[in-house]
Design a protein around this ligand. Structure first.
Ligand SMILES: [Zn+2]
Length: 470
């Protein structure tokens, strides 16, 4: 017997016959463009809303203002403070029968400028940063960096800034110590060799010769920024300026099977989730795509998943369906909802085999990953999806030719982590983590397989449109 059909195997997507390969490559082109356009949560939110509007989505404010009952098939977006966005396609069934939700996040690890960033030291102008999310600091040195974000001037006008992405643009830079003088640094632990306060950006070195005071280089930089953007130093206190790796998404490998790009955690699940919900028409249950901010810092705050914003939007919709904001209807809705927490997961990396259990880790190119539970240690702080719900999702995927695999985040006691899964799960919904396997998560450039990107999209499409009941 060559094959025992009772054995389990998660096949390689690339080994499938037919047109699949072509579809995978086509899909990844749109994805790479999205990655190049959107490097911050604000850029993602604006892009998602623009695409949604093209497909007939109308803002929740407009719908509320019109005050008419919502109808099945209606498409609505809710933009929260330009940093998170939720898309709804209203189902045939009432909202209290539950939603089908794909929830991803659009913030990524980065360096933020401090409120008073600019200073001069020995004739060099620098800017101070404060890192955001789980970065490995040494990875941010010796690489071209771009600045994206918004500044509000004294009149309260918003100025958008993006420098470092065009080939002609200057970039910013944090230099690393030369090996010749790194004798002391080399003895330090990796986590201590580079300090947060040492992450200062090189931003200029030409003095302002018309200025007679101290800090002539800083003066020149401030003049340049004022000439171009009309901003003064105090305006940095009313700004959100994010430092991200400069450069575009690139194909990886002689066979172009993978993509390297900044912020694929979690823009891979955001992009695939957006594409999936934009194609949903007349679902049985209301389909929802959530694209949230602040996941990398614990989902707190009014644009994160812990905020009451989603529930408030839901209450508005229930009011527009039933003529009452019905607390009970809202609770029934969440209790009956089924959710994919759409976030990336750690794929097996042949360079670091020791951190994973080879029998319980995903491999790139073998499809979207379902993660029954996350957490660390003895599953501490995890969302552990009920077997009934895992079975429910498995059947949806199998019926729709979604190639999927399972995995844990590393070996037992090796570390761990979580996603936004627990939040809606605590509220009473059925939730499972389901996303794209990734190599080099949270690095300035992260790697995914194009095959898995496509299977993630297929998984979210099938789930959002599912009317299947357990
Ligand atoms: Zn993530």
């Amino acid at each position: 017997m060559e094959v025992n059909e009772h054995f389990n195997k998660f096949p390689n997507v690339w080994e499938q016959k037919g047109e699949l390969k072509e579809k995978i490559f086509d899909f990844s082109e749109g994805y790479k463009k999205f990655l190049d356009r959107c490097k911050t949560e604000r850029e993602c939110a604006a892009d998602i809303v623009a695409e949604a509007k093209k497909r007939g989505f109308v803002s929740l404010e407009e719908v509320v203002k019109a005050g008419k009952y919502i109808k099945a098939g209606q498409k609505i977006y809710a933009l929260n403070r330009d940093k998170s966005v939720i898309l709804f396609v209203i189902g045939e069934q009432k909202l209290e029968k539950g939603l089908r939700i794909v929830g991803a996040h659009i913030d990524s690890p980065r360096l933020d400028l401090k409120p008073c960033p600019l200073y001069e030291d020995t004739g060099i102008a620098l800017m101070k940063t404060h890192y955001y999310g789980g970065i490995r600091k040494y990875q941010w040195l010796s690489r071209p960096l771009a600045i994206h974000g918004v500044v509000f001037n004294e009149k309260g006008e918003k100025i958008e800034i993006c420098i470092g992405e065009d080939n002609d643009d200057p970039v910013l830079f944090i230099a690393d110590l030369l090996p010749h003088l790194a004798k002391d640094q080399r003895q330090k632990k990796l986590s201590e060799a580079i300090t947060g306060e040492g992450m200062n950006l090189l931003v200029g070195s030409i003095p302002d010769t018309d200025y007679e005071g101290q800090e002539k280089v800083k003066s020149n930089i401030m003049n340049l920024l004022h000439d171009k953007y009309g901003i003064k130093e105090i305006d940095f206190t009313t700004a959100e300026l994010e430092i991200v790796p400069a450069g575009m998404a690139r194909d990886v490998g002689f066979d172009r099977s993978m993509i390297a790009a900044y912020g694929q955690d979690d823009r891979v699940c955001s992009y695939t989730g957006v594409q999936a919900i934009l194609e949903v028409e007349n679902p049985k249950y209301t389909a929802v795509g959530m694209f949230m901010d602040k996941e990398e810092v614990g989902s707190q705050g009014n644009t994160g998943s812990e905020s009451m914003y989603f529930e408030a939007a839901l209450a508005e919709l229930i009011n527009l369906q039933e003529g009452t904001s019905g607390e009970l209807s809202k609770r029934r809705c969440i209790l009956s909802s089924k959710v994919l927490s759409a976030d990336v997961c750690a794929a097996f990396d042949p360079n670091y085999p020791e951190v994973s259990d080879k029998r319980n880790v995903s491999f790139i190119g073998h499809g979207v990953q379902m993660t029954k539970y996350t957490g660390s240690g003895g599953k501490y702080s995890c969302n552990d999806a009920n077997a009934e719900f895992v079975s429910h999702v498995r059947q949806i995927f199998d019926k729709n030719d979604v190639m999927w695999q399972v995995g844990e985040l590393g070996k037992v006691d090796q570390g761990g982590g979580g996603t936004i899964a627990y939040i809606l799960s605590n509220a009473g919904a059925d939730v499972i983590d389901c996303g794209t396997p990734m190599i080099g998560m949270h690095a300035p450039f992260e790697i995914v397989s194009k095959a898995d990107v496509y299977m993630t999209y297929k998984a979210y499409s099938a789930f959002l449109a599912s009317s299947f009941e357990r």
